[in-house]
Write a new protein. Structure first.
Length: 86
């Protein structure tokens, strides 16, 4: 299953999703409105973008866990894994 290495607020972390999940996550990152964050269930977690950070949690309102990677860095990593493994 495809995965990317990211930097969570506590240190290194790996996100593992199927190809469709990474495509959905890329779409979320590209279309998220900064003024009206939208939570989206992708794989086992719910994701949203707030204040330029990707947040996720296993509930419907992700506010606990976030990544330090910029949205642009995340999109580069996601697009690379899609191109290579999907």
């Amino acid at each position: 299953m495809p995965s990317i290495d990211v930097n969570a607020y506590w240190g290194p972390h790996t996100i593992t999703l199927d190809c469709e999940g990474f495509k959905e996550l890329a779409d979320l990152l590209q279309t998220q409105s900064a003024t009206q964050p939208n939570a989206q269930k992708i794989g086992p977690y719910t994701y949203t973008v707030r204040n330029g950070k990707l947040y996720w949690d296993n509930n419907d309102n992700p506010t606990k866990y976030y990544l330090d990677d910029s949205i642009d860095d995340l999109l580069r990593k996601i697009n690379a894994v899609i191109e290579k493994e999907c």
